[in-house]
Design a protein around this ligand. Structure first.
Ligand SMILES: C=CC1=C(C)c2cc3[nH]c(cc4nc(cc5[nH]c(cc1n2)c(C)c5CCC(=O)O)C(CCC(=O)O)=C4C)c(C)c3C=C
Ligand SMILES: [Fe+2]
Ligand SMILES: [Fe+2]
Length: 317
C-alpha cells in the first residue's frame, strides 16, 4: 500500500540574507512585470539592472541597521518546519518554501518534492491579502516552474485568507498584549499595511478590501478601533493613502500621545517591521511627542501555525 504524500509550498517574497545579496535581490524584484512595469517589456531587464544599481546603497544601509540582512528566509523556513510538525498527525505532508525573488526558489522547491516522489501540491501564499503584485506573481512563477520541471504535478492554490480564525485570534491577542503595556492609557491603534500603486486596485485587486475584512474581525475581539495607513511606497506613481508618516503627523496634530502600530500585511518580521516601524516610525512619533510601540509579528506563533495547518486541511473543501 502506498501512503499518499502531499507537498505544501509556502510562497513568499524572500529577502537578501546578507548585504551582497541586496543588489541581485532588487534586480530580481524589478525584473518582475507583475510587481512593476518598467516601459515596454524589452526594456524591463535593462531598467531593472539600472534601478537595482541605483537603489542598492540605500537599501543596504537599511538592511545594515537590522543586522546585515533580512530574516525573512530564516523565519519562513522556521514556519515551514513548524507547519510540517503541526501536520504530522494528519497525514504525510512535506512542507517547502518558494521565494519569488530569492532562494530557495520555485524550481528548487519542486525538485525537493519530485525527489520524494510527490506530485500533489498545495501552494499556500504567505500573504493573507491577495494582490497580483505578491500572491499573483508567486503563483505565476510556480506554474512556470512546474512547466519547466517536466513533471506532472497537480496544483491547488490557497490565494488569500484575510479572516482565517486563528490568524485573527493571534493578531488580536498580540494587539491586546501591547495595549496592556500602555496601561492606564489607551493607545490609538494604527494598522500599517504595505502600500501598493493605486492602479492595482483600479484594475480589480482585492488587497484593500481584504485588509479591511481582517481589521473588522480583529476589532470584534479587541474593541479597539484603529486607523488604516500604508507604508513603504517606492516609486513615482500614485500609491495608496494615507501613508504611515502622514497618519502619524495627523494623529500628533489631534493631540494623540500613544500609538500602537500593527504590521497588518506581513506574517513575519523583515525590513519593513524591524527598520521602518520599529526604528523610522518610532523615531518620527517620538519627535512628534508620541510614544509608539508595535505589536509582535506572527512569525512562528503556535496559534498562527495552527491557522496555517487548518488552511491546508480544509483547502479541498
Ligand atoms: C516595486 C514596487 C513594489 C510593490 C508594488 C511592492 C508591494 C508589496 N511588497 C510587499 C512585501 C514585501 N516587500 C519587500 C521588499 C521590497 N519591496 C519592494 C518594492 C515593492 N513592493 C522593494 C524595492 C523591496 C526591497 C526592500 C527595499 O529596498 O526597500 C519584502 C521583503 C523585505 C525583506 O526584508 O525581506 C516584503 C515582505 C507587499 C505585502 C506588497 C503589496 C501587497
Ligand atoms: Fe515590497
Ligand atoms: Fe517594500
Amino acid at each position: 500500500m502506498t501512503i499518499e504524500q502531499t507537498g505544501v509550498v509556502l510562497l513568499n517574497m524572500g529577502g537578501p540574507e546578507k548585504l551582497a545579496d541586496v543588489r541581485p535581490f532588487l534586480y530580481n524584484l524589478f525584473s518582475d512585470r507583475d510587481i512593476i512595469r518598467l516601459g515596454p517589456s524589452f526594456m524591463q531587464k535593462p531598467l531593472a539592472w539600472l534601478i537595482a544599481k541605483r537603489r542598492a546603497p540605500k537599501s543596504m544601509r537599511t538592511y545594515e541597521k537590522i543586522g546585515g540582512g533580512s530574516p525573512l528566509t530564516t523565519i519562513t523556513s522556521d514556519q515551514a518546519k513548524a507547519l510540517q510538525n503541526a501536520l504530522r498527525e494528519h497525514g504525510n505532508y512535506t512542507v517547502v518554501c518558494a521565494m519569488r525573488y530569492w532562494y530557495p526558489d520555485s524550481d528548487s522547491a519542486l525538485k525537493k518534492l519530485a525527489d520524494k516522489g510527490i506530485t500533489t501540491i498545495i501552494a499556500l501564499a504567505l500573504y493573507p491579502h491577495y494582490s497580483c503584485a505578491t500572491t499573483g506573481s508567486s503563483v505565476q512563477e510556480l506554474k512556470r516552474a512546474i512547466s519547466r520541471s517536466g513533471n506532472d504535478f497537480s496544483l491547488r492554490v490557497i490565494e488569500s485568507w484575510p479572516t482565517q480564525p486563528e490568524f485573527i485570534q493571534t493578531l488580536a491577542h498580540n494587539i491586546l498584549e501591547t495595549a496592556n503595556s500602555f496601561t492606564p492609557d489607551q493607545p490609538q491603534v494604527v494598522y500599517s499595511a504595505h502600500s501598493l500603486p493605486v492602479s492595482f486596485i483600479d484594475e480589480g485587486d482585492p488587497y484593500v478590501d481584504h485588509i479591511k475584512a481582517t481589521i473588522t474581525e480583529i476589532e470584534k475581539i479587541t474593541n479597539l478601533p484603529g486607523e488604516l495607513c500604508f507604508q513603504s511606497k517606492s516609486g513615482p506613481v500614485e500609491w495608496l493613502a494615507p501613508s504611515t508618516p502622514d497618519m502619524l503627523q495627523g494623529l500628533a496634530q489631534k493631540g494623540c500621545k500613544n500609538i500602537l502600530m500593527v504590521p497588518i500585511s506581513f506574517v513575519s518580521d523583515h525590513v519593513e517591521t524591524l527598520y521602518e516601524i520599529d526604528m523610522l516610525y518610532r523615531d518620527q512619533a517620538k519627535a512628534l511627542g508620541m510614544r509608539l510601540e508595535s505589536s509582535q509579528s506572527l512569525n512562528c506563533n503556535p496559534t498562527f501555525i495552527d491557522g496555517l495547518k487548518n488552511l491546508i486541511l480544509t483547502s479541498g473543501n
